[in-house]
Write a protein that binds this ligand. Sequence first.
Ligand code: NAP
Length: 498
Amino acid sequence: MNGRLPAYVDVAIVGAGFAGLGMAIRTARRGSESFVVLERGDSVGGTWRDNRYPGVSCDVPAHVYSYSFRPPGDWDSLFADGAAIHDYLERAATDEGIRPHLHLNVDVTETRWLPDELCWAVSSTAGELRARVLVVAVGRLANPMVPDFAGVESFPGKVFHTAQWDGDAPIDGARVGVVGTGASAVQLVPELARRAGELVVFSRSAPYVVPRGDRQYSEAEREHLRVKANADQLRARLFSEADKAFAQRRGLHPAIDEIRDRALGHLHAQVSDPGLRADLTPNYEIGCKRILLSDEFFPTMTSSHVTLEPSALAEFDGSRAVAASGRSFELDTVVLATGFEAARPEFATRIVGVGGERLSEHWQAGMVSYASTAVSGYPNMFVLDGPNAALGHNSAIFMIETQIDYVLGAMDHLSAGGPIALEVMAAAEQAYTREIDERSASTVWLSGCSSWYLDPLSRRLTLLWPGTGQSFRDRNGTFDPYHYERVWAPDWVDLPVS
Ligand code: NAP
């Protein structure tokens, strides 16, 4: 629903994925702040709207990968597919009355802190508004990473990213290439293999894959899980089981040995050819990159019409895709499962803080924050799912909900007749950054592999929280005003009435 943008709101939320929509729902339920949600896409859902590739699904169980504050989703299996998650978010937007606040197809072009007015000027393709609080919920998997392949313009077929699925591209009976063997690729490859005449998978680093173990819920189980208390019990169990896996990411024995054995045992059980097995054996420590879940990926790779090319796609030469090894393949369609620009979010170039500094400049050595949510020099701005707020081993939704609680705590502070601006102190940000470095020092993410969890320049861990989900909530679940400069409205600031 796209009405005119209001001139002023208490809260402007940018993005309507899990994070932005969750923030909107919790804000709407308070009923004390005016707000808008500005979304560049044509529907809510973020990554679950954009990712439409065959096989897209979530490898975190649905009962923990959903809002704890909403009625339980009526999931039909342990893991939900992408379309079901998108539907769940659409329903949440409608049921919670978010649509009148939602402005779709609106791209936020710049947000600028106005020191004279102590609020944000938010410029967008639909016009400008002022907001006292800015919530940046633009997603960490929002902008596809599309490598710049030499000769791509000479390729006569279609080349596209998994998050920009081209339903018209030749697949059935065609010669198809997939670049990458990350979480998206292992879901996509078995689906494409069922349809393609030939399939070539370019893998420059082999993934660790463990059994997925999905299963359908029986009707009796679904009935049971429609009761919120029962679903909450399952959520808590799934969450605490998953959180135990952090011991693996700390490299603790025997936890890391058990998961490594499970992954390599899965490979051995499913791939008997020694050459193929060697090409599918990772050369880095388990957990350094995301551990993948699939029962079908390895068997697919043994199919006679599927080829594993154990090197990167380097360039195109007409209709041939040329690998770093020098081998080349005649292809009709190439799918880039090459991931996202996560460590250096493009949106940071559009945010201008105190003194005119762009967030991208503040983050030139990698993303930093306080409490993974506030940034020094950017008053009344809160970033969801940004610096050190993701998890590799448990539900991202738990992290987002923790951050929403933190932001609502800050908003309580702002709305209690107290300060109208809160700016986290530089010293708090620096201390938190040191804390992150200390917590991450002994983790497997810093064991030497190259992953998008690390900043490409500083090699600091900037994407993941280096701890359990619970420890994130213990550390960052409650707004702590002592680390903030509090600014009261001087006489000359004309406070808008919302
Ligand atoms: P990704 O994990 O970043 O994987 C990208 C893949 O592309 C890697 O294998 C990478 O190799 C490879 N690559 C990049 N350029 C290449 C080239 N020129 N030649 C050959 N390979 C190349 O991306 P993703 O699979 O889209 O997943 C991104 C994130 O999305 C995941 O980590 C996860 O958080 C999320 N996701 C989640 C689910 C889920 O079920 N929850 C599903 C899909 C995605 P290197 O490893 O060598 O860099």
